[in-house]
Write a protein that binds this ligand. Structure first.
Ligand code: BGC
Length: 588
């Protein structure tokens, strides 16, 4: 060891490129999944709050309908009640401003995570989120609420993107899919919690009605932020920064192994060799160059950066276009419009419970059957169930037929659709995004893909909102049972409601084609092996690919070794090698 330097060598044995894992290591990854709660809860509470009488009165200045018209059976009362809500513009603003914040938050976070590290970026996200939360809680008017939502959204963007990055980088390859699916599980719990809290406070006649659901979010920020102070940084981040000794310490911590264990040395050498290889293919230039790197390469080459970025961005877009959030955000109104269900909370509870209870199945099948397989089967399941809902909805389930069994069948198939989403596209989209990018562009790639999720979430929320208002209108007209003219409108609207499922079904056909032609199988491989697999196979042949060599061997680390102390390949640094040291090449 020249000059007291710590030198390690890699292995040519493909089965030794990851250290065995302890329970502590599993628990660390599982804790990080907690970040999903933010995602789910924050998207879940606003819809309920927007419908709260106290909130509407506070934010519009309108008096309660029963105060203006004490005769609640009168037409005047009903007509006034119809107008007792925030304007479409204000609803749209408060709903979509979160997505705007998350969109930009996710993109910025990609940069920040390469600069200060994954762990600190998530902690920073918790901090930003808390500021937004304070403003939201303090608000009594639209302006402050909107600013608060924007800032909180920025924090959620930080957290939602970088948790995926962090978990993918520290999780053991055999259970990486299952652990990242744990993040999706937390999203579903967040949505459920938001529904329950909003239900419990909705009828309060004070600011607690909306302040309690908003303020509860502090708890998530405190738990995640504090916990991450204790967790180690991602070793891959340190490798990217050329801090190899720190990388060794972090890896030893993450795997629960002594730092001088051969396993740790082999795994670290593999990560370093892969990074060296990627850096020789993707030279780091300046800041702008770093971003343009995400779109370099040929569109026909499955391992090019541009193809990986397209894969991540489209993966999240297709996940949103499965129509799942139509059910979660709009389901209540839709079910009401079917005419047989009177308790909207019960409906959201059923759909969110199906979502929560189905997701754990993915922990098993994502590792057993693989990401690609479950995406293909999941899309097929959603296509069938959505078309069935559509077909029943325009035939036996038409509201004017008042056919209870038909409506029950529609609801059952909507739940089956949620089941297929929750076990496949919900988790797998996040898992794939965390796996397919090479280290030099990984944080930006994950940031872009997460931003795509929020962008499409926002686009479809505009659609949802208009559709919701359309149906609310229709719903009141049904109740009023007035003129033949309205019966005409009623027919048209009823048809529109069910036809929406034909649209989601058709979009799922595109998701199926996308999964079949563009999504590779990544199960059981290390992030570095995925890199190699993408180079040597196509999405359709990827499942058959088996690792046959290590990066450490290919890059000569098995005999030259890596000097961790000075951050260069080879135990004695020749002058020209020093100038190309990992440290310098990795500088951002
Ligand atoms: C999606 C969210 C969706 C949630 C439902 C997530 O994977 O990105 O938009 O609301 O799943 O469980």
């Amino acid at each position: 060891m020249p000059g007291g330097a710590v030198v390690i060598t890699g292995t040519a044995d493909t089965s030794r490129i990851e250290a065995p894992v302890t329970v502590k290591a599993y628990l660390m990854c599982a804790f990080a999944a907690f970040g999903g709660i933010f995602f789910g809860y924050d998207t879940g509470w606003m819809g309920g709050v927007l419908g709260m009488p106290y909130f509407i009165r506070q934010y519009t200045g309108m008096a309660y309908p029963n105060v203006v018209y004490p005769d609640t059976g009168s037409d005047a009362y009903k007509a006034y009640k119809k107008t007792f809500h925030l304007t479409a513009r204000d609803q749209s603003l408060t709903t979509s401003i979160l997505s705007a914040g998350t969109f930009f938050g996710a993109i910025i976070a990609g940069d920040v995570a390469d600069f200060i590290g994954r762990r600190l970026t998530i902690i920073m996200g918790c901090f930003i989120f808390s500021i937004g939360c304070i403003l939201e809680t303090a608000s009594t008017g639209l302006a402050l609420m909107t600013v608060g939502r924007l800032i909180a959204g920025g924090g959620v963007g930080f957290i939602s993107a970088i948790i995926i990055l962090y978990m993918s980088e520290i999780a053991p390859k055999k259970v990486r899919g299952a652990l990242v699916a744990g993040y999706q599980f937390c999203i579903t719990i967040g949505i459920l919690l938001a529904n329950c809290v909003v239900y419990a406070t909705q009828n309060r006649d004070d600011t607690g009605s909306y302040r309690i659901p908003v303020a509860i979010q502090f708890l998530w920020a405190i738990i995640l932020g504090t916990g991450l102070f204790i967790l180690p940084e991602s070793p891959r981040y340190f490798v990217k920064k050329g801090k190899l000794e720190k990388a060794a310490k972090a890896l030893a911590n993450v795997r629960g192994q002594p730092i001088d264990s051969e396993y740790i040395q082999d795994e670290l050498a593999e990560i370093i060799a892969n990074h060296e290889y990627e850096m020789s293919v993707i030279p780091q230039t300046n800041y702008i160059g770093g971003w343009t790197n995400c779109f370099k390469g040929s569109l026909t080459n499955g391992s090019s950066n541009v193809r990986r970025s397209i894969l991540g961005i489209l993966m999240q877009m297709m996940q949103q276009l499965t129509g799942i959030n139509f059910i979660f955000y709009f389901g209540t109104v839709f079910f009401q419009s079917l005419g047989t269900i009177s308790n909207p909370f019960l409906i959201s509870l059923v759909t969110t419970l199906v979502n929560v209870c189905s997701t754990p199945i993915s922990f098993y099948i994502i590792e057993r059957l693989g990401r690609r397989t479950i995406l293909i089967f999941g899309a097929m399941g959603m296509i069938v169930s959505q078309f069935i809902v559509g077909i029943i909805g325009v035939t036996a389930g038409k509201p004017e037929k008042n056919n209870h069994p038909a409506v029950s069948a529609m609801i059952a198939f909507i739940c089956i659709n949620i089941f297929f989403f929750a076990t496949t596209w919900g988790p797998a989209a996040w898992v794939i995004v965390g796996e397919v990018f090479p280290l030099p562009i990984r944080s930006r790639g994950v940031g872009l893909s997460t931003a795509s999720n929020w962008f499409w979430n926002c686009v479809s929320s505009f659609f949802r909102l208009n559709f919701t208002l359309y149906c609310i209108n229709w719903f009141y007209q049904i109740i009023a049972v007035i003129t033949p003219y309205l019966v005409g409108v009623e027919k048209h609207d009823a048809n529109l409601g069910a036809k929406v499922f034909f649209m989601w079904g058709a979009l799922c056909c595109i998701s199926l084609t996308f999964a079949y032609f563009l999504v590779p199988e990544t199960k059981g491989l290390s992030l570095e092996q995925i890199d190699k697999m993408l180079e040597e196979s196509t999405p359709r042949t990827s499942a058959r690919w088996v690792p046959h060599s290590t990066f450490a061997e290919d890059m000569g680390l098995t005999h030259k070794g890596v000097d961790l102390t000075h951050g260069h390949i080879g135990s004695t640094p020749p002058a020209e090698e020093v100038s190309h040291s990992i440290n310098e090449k990795s500088a951002v």
